[in-house]
Design a protein around this ligand. Structure first.
Ligand code: DQA
Length: 141
C-alpha cells in the first residue's frame, strides 16, 4: 500500500476560523476525515507554522521512501527559497502543491510560487477538493 504524507504550512491550523469567505468553513480535521475514507492508501497528516519543521518533514519523507507528498506550503509558497530547495532536493519523490484558494486571482504576491517548478503538479482554487484531486493523482503514479 502506498504511503502519502499531507503536509500543511502556516496558518492552515486555523482553517474554519480564518477568512472563511476565502478558505471556507471546514477545518483541517474535516479534511483528514474526508481523506481517510480512501482506504487504499496510508496517510499521515502534518501541519506546522514553522519553515524549518516543514523542511525537516520533506527530508524525512525522502529518507523514509514515502511514495508522495501533498503539500500546501501556504504563505511560504510565495516567499521561501529554502522550502523550494527542499522540494528540489527530494526529487524524484513526487510532491503535489495544493492551495484551497484561487491564488491566481488574489494579490500579485500570491501569483508567485517558488515551489511550483519542482512539484509534479500545482492544483488550486477548489477548496478542500484540491487535496483529493492530488491524492488521486499520486495514487496513479
Ligand atoms: C493558501 C494560499 C496562500 O497564498 C496563503 O498564504 C495561505 C493559504 C491556500 O491554500 O489557498 O495560507 O496556500
Amino acid at each position: 500500500m502506498k504511503e502519502i504524507w499531507v503536509i500543511n504550512g502556516p496558518n492552515l491550523n486555523m482553517l474554519g476560523i480564518r477568512e472563511p469567505l476565502i478558505y471556507g468553513h471546514e477545518t483541517l480535521k474535516d479534511l483528514e476525515d474526508k481523506l481517510v475514507k480512501n482506504k487504499n492508501v496510508k496517510l499521515k497528516f502534518l501541519q506546522s507554522n514553522h519553515e524549518g519543521t516543514l523542511i525537516d518533514w520533506l527530508q524525512e519523507a525522502y529518507i523514509k521512501k514515502i511514495d508522495g507528498i501533498i503539500f500546501n506550503p501556504a504563505a511560504y509558497t510565495h516567499t521561501s527559497i529554502a522550502i523550494a530547495d527542499a522540494v528540489r532536493a527530494i526529487s524524484p519523490l513526487p510532491v503535489i502543491e495544493v492551495h484551497l484558494s484561487k491564488i491566481d486571482e488574489r494579490e500579485d504576491y500570491r501569483k508567485v510560487s517558488y515551489v511550483k517548478e519542482y512539484c509534479y503538479k500545482q492544483i488550486f482554487g477548489k477548496g478542500l477538493a484540491v487535496y483529493q484531486e492530488a491524492l488521486d493523482l499520486l495514487l496513479l503514479l
